[in-house]
Design a protein around this ligand. Structure first.
Ligand code: ADP
Ligand code: MG
Length: 683
C-alpha cells in the first residue's frame, strides 16, 4: 500500500466512511496519516461521585440506576438516565443519540467519562462517554489521541484504521538522512507512529518537532522558489486614469484614518511603480482593510484591468461582495462586481467564468474556487488575498501560468512580528495599519466560570431585547470523544431551551454546505436571527455591526490571539459591546492567562504575552496563529523551528542552484505539488 492510495484500500473503510472523510479533505492513506490528533488525554482512575467537584472531568464506575428516558427537545432527542455508584447519583443526558435508550440497561455496570456539574439542575453530566473496563485499562496506561471526526464516526474505528495504515503503508521519507541527523529528527515512520500512538511525552515531542519542521520547510521552499530569489519582476501594467478612488472616498460616511491614508498611498505607489507589487498589509481587526482593497481594485478597473479579491470562507466572500457592490453603487462608480464561490451551482459558475473571460466583470470576489476552477481572466492586474496567507502561495503559481504576473496584496489581521514575517515571506513589503478608527467604545470583557452561564443567557436576552445580536462560539461542531468540549449542535439545542422562544437561535459551522452557511450568515446579518452559535468560522473578517455580545465557551481551548480575533467581531458599531469568556478549566493560571485580554487590546502584545504565560513547553495547547493555518506548527511557539526551516530552505535552494539536487528529490517534488490551504478552508 502506498500513501497515494485511496483510503478505500484500508480494511474496514467503505464508501460511506470514505465519503465522510472526503468532506474533511482526507482522500488517501497519506492524508489519513497526516490528520493529526487535535490533542491528547490521559485518563485517571475512576473517582467516587461524592468526591467529584463541580466542573471536574472524571471517570465514574457504577451502575445505571434507572431505565433510560427519551424526550423530544426543540430539535434533538434528549436521552437521560440516572447513574449511581453507592456514594451518590448523577443524571446523565445525551442529545441526539436516540439509539442509546435501547443499549442502556437498568442495573448494568459501566464506566462513565465526562464533566460533572453540580448546579441548579442537580448533579449531572452531559454527553458522557460509556467505556468498557478493558478499554479503560488501556486508556489509563497511555496518552490517548483525540481527533476531530466526521459525524457519526467512532473514535475506536478511526484509531484502528490509522494503526492498519501505519503497518501496511510503505512510507517514503522526504527528509534526507543528512537533514534528519543534523536536526536530530526521527524518521517519518517513527514520527507518524508516535504522533498517533505516543509511547511517552519525550518521543511525542520529538515526533512533533520533526513534523513541524517538515511542514515549515515545505512552506518556505514553496514561497522562496516562487519568488525567484528576490528578483523584482517588472510592473507590466499602466494606471494613468485615477478618478474613481476620489469618488469612492467622497461617498464614504467616514474619513480614512491617517494609517489608512498612508497604506493607501503605499499601495498606489507600488501599483504605479517600476516593479510588481508584492505587499502584505497587517492591521488589527477593525482597522479598515477592506476599503483599501476596494480602492486598489478601483484603480485597476478604471484603467481597464480586472482584479480578484479572495476570501478564506464563503461567508466572508459573500460579505465582501455585497459590501463592495453597495459601496461602488453608492458612489456612482460603474465598475462591475462578480461573485464566484465553490457552493454556486455549476451553471452559475459557468456563467460567471464566462463573464470573467469576456471581461464583463471588473472586480471578481470569491473563495479559492476562483483559482481551483479553470478561470481565465481577460486582463488580470491585481490579486488580493484577505485574511489567509497560506493559500497566497498556490494562487501565485496558478496565476503565474496565466501570462503577466499581477500585482499581489495580502491582507492579514494576524499580528506577525516583522522578524517572523520576513522569515516566512522573504522579501515581501509590509504595511502596518496601526490605528483603529476612533469613535468606537472599548469592549467590556469578563472571564467567568461555567456556573455563570444562566446570567450570561439573561444578559444576551436583554441585549436582544434592546435590538442587538449575539455570537456564541463553541470549539467543536459535533461531539467527539471529548465530553469536555462544548459542541455546536448540542449547544444550540440547549440555548434554544434556555432563551425565550421569541429569540431565534441559528447555527453556523465549517462542516455545513456553502449555501446553508451563506443563508445562516445572511439571516444573522439581516437581523432575522438574533443569536448565532458558531465555531470559529466567524473568526475572520465577518462584519455585523449590530452584534454586541461575544460569548466564548471553553475559552481555555483558544489561543489569546484567536480570542482577540473573535472579540473583534463585536464593537464594530456605535453601541457598547461585551465579551464573555467562559473558562471551563477551573484553573487559576488559566484564568490569569485569559485575563490578559482585559488588560490590552494590542493583538501582538496579547500573542506574545500568551506565549510567555504558557511557555514553549505547552506543545499541544492552543494555537496562536489565527489565520496562518499550519497543520501542526505554530509560528509563535515554534519560532525556533521556523528559523531552522528557513535556514535549511536557503541551503537547499543554494545547493539546487549549484546543481546538487541529490537527496532533495522527494522534498522538491512535494514542494512543487503541494496544494496547501484547501482543506483547512472548511469549504
Ligand atoms: P478589517 O480591517 O477587520 O477587515 P473592515 O475593513 O471590515 O476591518 O472594517 C471594519 C468596519 O469599520 C467596517 O464597517 C468599515 O466600514 C468601518 N471603517 C473602515 N474604515 C473606517 C474609518 N476610517 N472610520 C470609521 N469606520 C471605518
Ligand atoms: Mg477584514
Amino acid at each position: 500500500m502506498r500513501e497515494s492510495d485511496s483510503v478505500l484500500t484500508l480494511k474496514g473503510i467503505g464508501e460511506k466512511s470514505a465519503k465522510a472523510m472526503e468532506k474533511m479533505g482526507i482522500f488517501t492513506v497519506g492524508d489519513l496519516l497526516r490528520a493529526f490528533p487535535r490533542r491528547y488525554v490521559r485518563y485517571d482512575a475512576p473517582v467516587k461521585i461524592y468526591e467529584a467537584g463541580n466542573g471536574e472531568t472524571v471517570t465514574l464506575a457504577g451502575t445505571f440506576f434507572s431505565s433510560p428516558v427519551s424526550r423530544k427537545g426543540r430539535r434533538l432527542t434528549v436521552t437521560s438516565v440516572t447513574f449511581s455508584d453507592g456514594t451518590g447519583k448523577v443524571k446523565l443526558s445525551w442529545f441526539g443519540n436516540p439509539y442509546l435508550s435501547k443499549t442502556i440497561k437498568r442495573g448494568e455496570g459501566a464506566l462513565i467519562y465526562g464533566r460533572l456539574l453540580r448546579d441548579e439542575y442537580g448533579v449531572h453530566m452531559d454527553q458522557p462517554q460509556i467505556i468498557s473496563p478493558a478499554e479503560y485499562d488501556e486508556m489509563m496506561r497511555r496518552l490517548q489521541p483525540v481527533y476531530s471526526l466526521p459525524q457519526g464516526m467512532s473514535a475506536k474505528n478511526w484509531r484502528k484504521w490509522i494503526r492498519n495504515a501505519l503497518t501496511a503503508c510503505a512510507l517514503t521519507d522526504i527528509l534526507p538522512e543528512t537533514i534528519r541527523n543534523k536536526g536530530n529528527y526521527p524518521d517519518i515512520k517513527d514520527a507518524l507512529i508516535e504522533i498517533h500512538f505516543p509511547e511517552d511525552m519525550e518521543k511525542l515531542k520529538a515526533a512533533r518537532r520533526r513534523l513541524v519542521f517538515e511542514e515549515f520547510l515545505l512552506f518556505i521552499l514553496q514561497i522562496r522558489s516562487l519568488r525567484g530569489g528576490g528578483i523584482k519582476e517588472k510592473n507590466g501594467f499602466l494606471f494613468p486614469k485615477d478618478a474613481y478612488r476620489k469618488q469612492l472616498k467622497e461617498s464614504l460616511q467616514y474619513d480614512l484614518t491617517d494609517a489608512q491614508k498612508r497604506v493607501e498611498s503605499e499601495i498606489i505607489s507600488d501599483m504605479t511603480g517600476e516593479s510588481r507589487m508584492n505587499r502584505l498589509v497587517q492591521g488589527d481587526v477593525g482597522s479598515g482593510k477592506t476599503v483599501l482593497a476596494q480602492l486598489a481594485m478601483l484603480l485597476a478597473a478604471e484603467n481597464g484591468y480586472q482584479s480578484v479579491l479572495m476570501a478564506p470562507t464563503e461567508v466572508l466572500a459573500h460579505q465582501h461582495y455585497e459590501n463592495t457592490k453597495k459601496a461602488f453603487e453608492a458612489a456612482g462608480i460603474p465598475v462591475r462586481v462578480g461573485l464566484l464561490t465553490g457552493s454556486m451551482t455549476a451553471a452559475e459558475k459557468r456563467n460567471m467564468t464566462a463573464a470573467v473571460r469576456q471581461h464583463e466583470v471588473d472586480v471578481i470576489i470569491g473563495t479559492h474556487a476562483l483559482i481551483t476552477q479553470k478561470v481565465e481572466y481577460d486582463s488580470l492586474a491585481l490579486v488580493i488575498t484577505d485574511e489567509q496567507h497560506r493559500f497566497g502561495v498556490n494562487q501565485r503559481s496558478t496565476l503565474a501560468q496565466k501570462g503577466v504576473l499581477p500585482h499581489t496584496l495580502v491582507m492579514s489581521a494576524t499580528p506577525i512580528p516583522r522578524t517572523l514575517a520576513i522569515i516566512i515571506y522573504g522579501d515581501l513589503d509590509i504595511s502596518v495599519l496601526d490605528q483603529v478608527p476612533a469613535r468606537r467604545l472599548p469592549i467590556k470583557n469578563c472571564v467567568v466560570d461555567p456556573g455563570w452561564r444562566p446570567k450570561a443567557y439573561d444578559f444576551i436576552r436583554k441585549q436582544v431585547d434592546l435590538g442587538h445580536q449575539a455570537y456564541v462560539i463553541c470549539p467543536m461542531v459535533e461531539e467527539g470523544d471529548d465530553p469536555d468540549i462544548v459542541n455546536v449542535n448540542a449547544y444550540t439545542e440547549k440555548l434554544r431551551e434556555a432563551l425565550p422562544p421569541y429569540i431565534s437561535v441559528a447555527m453556523l459551522h465549517g462542516k455545513m454546505r456553502g449555501r446553508e452557511k451563506d443563508q445562516q450568515m445572511e439571516d444573522f446579518q439581516s437581523g432575522k436571527t438574533q443569536v448565532l452559535v458558531s465555531t470559529t468560522v466567524v473568526e475572520v473578517g465577518v462584519d455585523v455591526p449590530n452584534a454586541t455580545v461575544m460569548m466564548v465557551e471553553n475559552a481555555e481551548r483558544f489561543g489569546l490571539a484567536q480570542l482577540h480575533q473573535l472579540r473583534g467581531r463585536v464593537g464594530r458599531g456605535d453601541a457598547q459591546s461585551y465579551c464573555i469568556f467562559i473558562d471551563g478549566s477551573g484553573k487559576e493560571e488559566e484564568n490569569k492567562r485569559l485575563s490578559v485580554l482585559n488588560s490590552t487590546n494590542d493583538g501582538f502584545k496579547i500573542a506574545s504575552e500568551d506565549l510567555k504565560l504558557r511557555g514553549p513547553g505547552d506543545l499541544f495547547g492552543v494555537r496562536q496563529s489565527g489565520d496562518l493555518h499550519f497543520e501542526l506548527g505554530d509560528i509563535y511557539s515554534d519560532a525556533p523551528i521556523l528559523q531552522a526551516a528557513a535556514d535549511m530552505a536557503d541551503r537547499i535552494l543554494a545547493d539546487v542552484s549549484a546543481g546538487k539536487t541529490a537527496g532533495y528529490e522527494g522534498l522538491l517534488e512535494k514542494a512543487r505539488a503541494a496544494s496547501p490551504g484547501e482543506k483547512e478552508l472548511g469549504l
